[in-house]
Design a protein around this ligand. Structure first.
Ligand code: GDP
Length: 451
C-alpha cells in the first residue's frame, strides 16, 4: 500500500465551536520536529524526548501568545494515521486553538483537508475503508441505533467477514487452478462438486448479511410517516402532540398555500420523519395544486400512512375519497378526538382510537407503528448493512457467486473462475483493497475537517 508519510498536516480536531478543551493535531514526518519548536514540558523536556502516548503538561509558545497545555506524542506506526503524530490539548474557545494551528503552519505544517487523517490511516493499513465509514457514521449519528451500527462497522465486523470471504475465494480459485493441471473428467467432476458447495455456503452467508440492509435503511434514514385526513380532523394536533412528546424538531416547508409541516423524533430509537400533508383534495387553484401534488408524492414515498378520521362525525364522502387514495399503501386508521362522544360507526381492520387532547391511545398508536416495521435486532457484534456502497458491493458479490454455482455443471471451470473473480473484486470494495482511487477520494472527502 502507498505510504503517505510525507508532508505534515495539521488541524483543529475539535472543530470551530467553543468548548472547555480544544485539540490541535499534527501528523507526518516533521510533526514531532514542529512540536519541538513550539512546546516544552515543565522541566524543559522537548516532545522528541517524551515517552510516546504519555500526556505531558508544558508551555506552548506561539508568535501571538503563550499557552499552558498538554502535549502527547505518538510514534509511527503506533498512531491513528500510522505516522508520527502530536496532539496539543489546549484551553477551549476558538482563538487559542486557531493560534496554535497557525503556529504549526508557520513551522511548515499544511492544513489538512477533509478526512485526511483517516485517509492516511486507511492508506497506511491502520483501518479498512468500511471501518473508517463506520467511524464517520458514529460521528454523524442521530440515534443510539446508528451509533451501535457504526461501531460494529468500525470494530471490523463487516471487514472481517469481507477478508474471510476473499480468503475463501482465493482458496476456491486455487483449487480450480490445481484441477487444470489434471484435466481428467473425474477430477473435474469432483472439483466442481466441491467448489459448488463452497460457493453456495459463502453465498448464503452473504445473503444473510444483505438481508439486514432493510433494517439498516431504517436505522440510517428513518421511516417516513405521513398524516392524511380531511380538514379539522386533528392532523396538526396529532403531529404537534407526537413531536412535543418526543422533543422533536418541527419545520414548516414554505411554498404551498397550506403548508406541509414536518418533524423528526425517535421512537424506540428509530428515527421517525413525520409529515402533516394538510390537504390532498382535487383543486383548480394552481398554487394549491402544487401543495396537493406534493402531498400525493409524500404519500407515495411514505412507509406508513396515518389516515385520520374524526370519531365524532360520520365517515364522509371526503373521508372516503382520501381513503381510496391511500388504501393500497401501508396505513393505520386513526380515529381522533376520543375524549369526545364517539359517533363514527364504521370500523377498520387496522385502527386505533386516540385523543391528542388527553393523550389517550397514543402509546397504542406507537406500538402499532413499531409492529409494522420489519426490524432485526441490532445488538453489539452483529453486522447491519447501513451503507448503500456496502450493499451494492455485497449484492454484486452474491450475484457472482450464485451465477457461478448455478452454472458450474454446464460451464467450464474457466468461465466459473471469471464470476468468482468478479465476486472477489466486489467484496474487496468493502474493505477498500479493490476500490478505485476516485471512490476512495470521494469517500474521505465527505468526512469532516480534522477527522
Ligand atoms: P387539522 O385541520 O386536521 O390539522 O385539525 P387540527 O389539529 O387543527 O384540529 C381541528 C380542531 O380539532 C381544533 O379545534 C383542535 O383543537 C381540535 N382537536 C384536535 N384534536 C382533538 C382531540 O383529541 N380532542 C378534542 N376535543 N379536540 C381536538
Amino acid at each position: 500500500m502507498e505510504n503517505l508519510t510525507g508532508d505534515t498536516i495539521v488541524s483543529i480536531s475539535t472543530g470551530s465551536s467553543s468548548g472547555a478543551i480544544a485539540i490541535v493535531r499534527l501528523s507526518g514526518t516533521s510533526a514531532i520536529q514542529i512540536a519541538d519548536e513550539i512546546f516544552a514540558a515543565k522541566d524543559g523536556l522537548l516532545p522528541s524526548k517524551f515517552t510516546p502516548r504519555m500526556l505531558m503538561l508544558g508551555k506552548l509558545e506561539t508568535s501571538f501568545f503563550s499557552e499552558q497545555c498538554m502535549c502527547v506524542v505518538f510514534k509511527a506506526p503506533k498512531s491513528y494515521t500510522g505516522e508520527d503524530m502530536v496532539e496539543f490539548q489546549c484551553h477551549g474557545g476558538t482563538k487559542i486553538a486557531s493560534g496554535i494551528f497557525k503556529e504549526c503552519v508557520l513551522n511548515g505544517a499544511r492544513p489538512a483537508t477533509n478526512g485526511e487523517f483517516s485517509k492516511r490511516a486507511f492508506m497506511n493499513g491502520k483501518m479498512s475503508l468500511s471501518s473508517a465509514e463506520g467511524m464517520m457514521d458514529m460521528i454523524n449519528a442521530e440515534s443510539d441505533a446508528e451509533i451501535r451500527a457504526g461501531y460494529n462497522l468500525l470494530s471490523g465486523e463487516l471487514s472481517n467477514l469481507a477478508y474471510e470471504a476473499q480468503d475463501e475465494l482465493t482458496d476456491v480459485l486455487s483449487e480450480i487452478e490445481v484441477s487444470f493441471d489434471y484435466p481428467e473428467e473425474t477430477i473435474e467432476y469432483i472439483t466442481k462438486a466441491k467448489v459448488k458447495e463452497r460457493l453456495e455456503s459463502l453465498a448464503d452467508k452473504l445473503k444473510k448479511v444483505l438481508d439486514t440492509s432493510e433494517t439498516g435503511k431504517l436505522i440510517k434514514s428513518g421511516i417516513n410517516i405521513v398524516i392524511v385526513g380531511r380538514p379539522n380532523v386533528g392532523k396538526s394536533s396529532l403531529l404537534n402532540t407526537l413531536l412535543k412528546q418526543e422533543k422533536a424538531i418541527v419545520t414548516d416547508i414554505p411554498g404551498t398555500t397550506r403548508d406541509i409541516v414536518e418533524g423528526t423524533f425517535l421512537l424506540d430509537d428509530i428515527k421517525i420523519n413525520l409529515t402533516d400533508t394538510a390537504g390532498i383534495r382535487e383543486t383548480e387553484d394552481t398554487v394549491e395544486k402544487i401543495g396537493v401534488d406534493r402531498a400525493k408524492n409524500l404519500i407515495l414515498q411514505a412507509d406508513i400512512i396515518l389516515f385520520l378520521i374524526d370519531a365524532n362525525g360520520e365517515f364522509s364522502n371526503e373521508d372516503n375519497e382520501i381513503f381510496e387514495s391511500i388504501k393500497n399503501s401501508q396505513y393505520i386508521v386513526v380515529k381522533t378526538k376520543a375524549d369526545l362522544e364517539n359517533k363514527v360507526s364504521k370500523t377498520f381492520e387496522n385502527e386505533v382510537v386516540i385523543s391528542s387532547k388527553t393523550g389517550e391511545g397514543l402509546d397504542k398508536l406507537k406500538e402499532k407503528i413499531l409492529s409494522m416495521l420489519k426490524l432485526s435486532n441490532i445488538s453489539s457484534g452483529s453486522v447491519i448493512i447501513t451503507n448503500e456502497r456496502h450493499k451494492d458491493a455485497l449484492s454484486r458479490a452474491y450475484k457472482g457467486l450464485t451465477r457461478a454455482s448455478k452454472n458450474i455443471n454446464e460451464d467450464s471451470l474457466d468461465l466459473v473462475s471469471i464470476d468468482i473473480k468478479e465476486a472477489y473484486m466486489a467484496i474487496g470494495e468493502i474493505t477498500g483493497n479493490t476500490t478505485s482511487e476516485e471512490i476512495i477520494d470521494a469517500i474521505f472527502d465527505k468526512f469532516c475537517l480534522g477527522k
